[in-house]
Design a protein around this ligand. Structure first.
Ligand SMILES: O=C(O)CCC(=O)C(=O)O
Ligand SMILES: [Fe+2]
Length: 274
């Protein structure tokens, strides 16, 4: 089974955060990042440094929450008309330990996302004032954490995990709670490719806001989640948005540098886009 997954996920790019942060190795890793964003719009980010403790706390608490009996989870059920709470695929809890872990986790993700977006901007050739603005707006943006639980399902043909979709976020950071594969990404040639869990790593996929910002140079790929026959799978997706005051449109520096016409309209703020 393991080698089967390896085979299916061949070619999936891996980006090393340590190499991006380190001046001597940066330019080579930025080239890798550029091609990852162009060809896939998704990559495995490894060597993240200091995030381990927050990730471990979060995973334990999320798994613990899903392991509770149904009536306990029901106590944090979604209120009608609200996206918050335990429901179809969405949960934020009033459980205090989970809430503390969630707050630390989303702050960690905010810092990470601002860094990742900065490097994506650099890979795209953005610099100086515009790069600072981009990074800052993700540092101040809106973050949504969604915990997904996919129960094991024997009848794979009849089960749907999560239907194919592209995220509308700037970027999405995905953590696996266990070691169960389930995420698949649509490659440029229209083949679904399994994205394997990487211990200590995070999956980054670009959302539509970054596709627009890159004027279509980078992709917001379709992806989906499939269920596993024997084991339940739990994943945590963090949707990262720029501050609503940032205009959402193709990067002015990129348009000037390439001389290409904008293929997307500019909306005066991302609040309008959402
Ligand atoms: O659980 C996954 O692997 C995918 C989650 C996802 O794509 C989403 O929540 O938008
Ligand atoms: Fe998604």
């Amino acid at each position: 089974m393991a080698s089967h997954h390896r085979e299916l996920s061949q070619g999936l790019p891996r980006i090393n955060m340590g190499k991006l942060m380190d001046t001597p190795s940066r330019s080579t890793e930025l080239c890798n990042l550029h091609s990852a964003c162009r060809q896939w719009g998704l990559f495995l980010l490894v060597n993240l440094g200091v995030l381990d403790e927050g990730m471990r706390m979060m995973k334990e608490n999320v798994q613990g929450f899903f392991d509770l009996p149904h009536h306990e989870k029901q106590k944090s059920a979604q209120k009608p008309g609200s996206l918050e709470g335990y429901g179809q695929a969405f949960v934020t809890s009033h459980d205090q330990k989970l809430q503390i872990a969630l707050e630390k986790y989303s702050e960690d993700m905010r810092k990470l996302a601002a860094e990742v977006v900065k490097y994506i901007g650099m890979a795209l050739g953005i610099h100086e004032g515009e790069l600072d603005l981009l990074t800052k707006s993700f540092g101040e943006g809106k973050y949504e954490v969604r915990m997904n639980c996919y129960p094991a399902c024997l009848e794979l043909e009849r089960a749907i995990g999560l239907l194919p979709h592209a995220d509308i976020s700037g970027i999405t950071l995905l953590t696996e709670c266990g070691n169960i594969p389930g995420l698949q990404v649509l490659r440029k040639d229209n083949c679904w490719v399994m994205v394997p869990p990487v211990p200590g790593g995070i999956v980054v996929n670009l959302g539509q806001i970054m596709e627009v910002y890159s004027n279509g140079t980078y992709r917001a790929p379709d992806h989906r989640a499939v269920v596993n026959k024997e084991k339940e799978r739990v994943s945590i997706a963090t949707f990262c948005y720029p501050s609503p005051s940032l205009p959402v449109g193709p990067s002015p520096q990129l348009l000037a540098a390439t001389g290409l016409p904008p293929i997307y309209q500019t909306l005066s703020n991302s609040g309008e886009f959402l």
